[in-house]
Design a protein around this ligand. Structure first.
Ligand code: ADP
Ligand code: ADP
Length: 226
C-alpha cells in the first residue's frame, strides 16, 4: 500500500493568458519509508506535483492520495521543509520550533519536551533561547526541520531546502536530514535541481521532462544508505 499516490494526474493552469498543461498523465506510487527525489529542468512541473501532494489545489484530472486517503486540502499529516526557513524574528528558537504545535492546539509540557529533544538531536542544544538572527543559515534550517518533526507528520515534502546554503553546510545538512528521516522511517519527496544531492539522499530519482510535464525516467539507487 503506497503512502503517496498519483493516478492519471494531469494539471492545467488557467489564467488571463489562457490555459497551460503543467503535468500530463502522471502515475507515481511512493512506498512507506521511501525517499524520492524529483529532478528536471525549470518548468517541468516539480512544484506543481509537490503542491498537489500538499493539497494546495486539486488536480484538473486524476487522483492524489496521501496515507490511503484522497487529498482534500492542506493537512497536518504533511510536513514541509522549504528553501526559506520562515522563522519569526521576534520569537525565540524554541518558540519558533513550537509554532506548528501551537497552530494544531497541541503545545503542552509533553510536546515541548519533544521540541527540546529535537533541538538537541539536530545539534541546536543551548540555542533554544536565542533568536533567528543569531543563527547561521544551516542552523536555521535545522530549526525548520525540528519545527516540522515535532508535529509528527506522516510524510515530508522538501522543496529545495538546501539550495540557499554554502556548499559544505549544504552537504552536512543533506546528510543530517537523510539520516534523521531514515532513522524515523519517514516517507519523503525532495524537489531539487541538484542531481548529486538527489542521488546521495534518495532511494529513487524521478526525472521529469517538459512540454508538458511528464515522467521521463525513474532511477532506483542500487544501495540506499539506509
Ligand atoms: P518547476 O517547479 O519544475 O519549475 P512548475 O510546476 O513551477 O515547474 O511549473 C510547471 C509549468 O506550469 C510551467 O510551464 C509554469 O510556467 C506553469 N505554471 C506554474 N504555475 C503556474 C500558474 N500559477 N499559472 C500558470 N502557469 C503556471
Ligand atoms: P552551521 O550552519 O551548520 O551551524 P556554520 O559554519 O554556519 O555551520 O556555523 C558553525 C558555528 O558557528 C555554528 O554552530 C554557530 O555556533 C556559529 N555561527 C555561524 N554563523 C553564525 C551567525 N551568523 N551568528 C552566530 N553564530 C554563528
Amino acid at each position: 500500500e503506497p503512502v503517496m499516490s498519483l493516478k492519471d494526474v494531469s494539471h492545467v493552469y488557467v489564467n488571463d493568458k489562457g490555459a497551460s498543461l503543467a503535468l500530463e498523465n502522471i502515475h507515481l506510487d511512493i512506498a512507506p519509508g521511501e525517499f524520492v527525489s524529483l529532478v528536471g529542468p525549470s518548468g517541468c512541473g516539480k512544484t506543481t506535483l509537490l503542491s498537489l501532494l500538499a493539497g494546495l489545489f486539486p488536480p484538473t484530472l486524476g487522483s492524489v492520495t496521501v496515507g490511503g486517503r484522497s487529498v482534500q486540502g492542506p493537512s497536518p499529516a504533511v510536513g514541509y521543509m522549504l528553501q526559506q526557513d520562515f522563522l519569526f524574528p521576534w520569537r525565540t528558537i524554541r518558540d519558533n520550533a513550537a509554532i506548528g504545535l501551537e497552530i494544531a492546539g497541541r503545545r503542552n509540557e509533553k510536546t515541548m519536551a519533544a521540541v527540546d529533544h529535537w533541538l538537541g538531536e539536530l545539534g541546536l542544544e543551548g540555542n533554544g533561547g536565542r533568536y533567528p538572527h543569531e543563527l547561521s543559515g544551516g542552523m536555521r534550517q535545522r530549526v525548520a526541520l525540528a519545527r516540522t518533526l515535532v508535529t509528527e507528520p506522516d510524510v515530508l515534502l522538501l522543496d529545495e531546502p538546501f539550495s540557499a546554503l554554502d556548499l559544505h553546510i549544504k552537504l552536512q545538512l543533506e546528510d543530517l536530514v537523510q539520516h534523521t528521516l531514515a532513522r524515523l522511517g519517514k516517507t519523503a519527496v525532495l524537489v531539487t535541481h541538484d542531481l548529486a544531492e538527489a542521488a546521495a539522499m534518495s532511494d529513487r530519482v524521478i526525472v521529469l521532462g517538459k512540454g508538458p510535464g511528464h515522467i521521463r525516467r525513474e532511477v532506483s539507487i542500487a544501495e540506499p544508505i539506509r
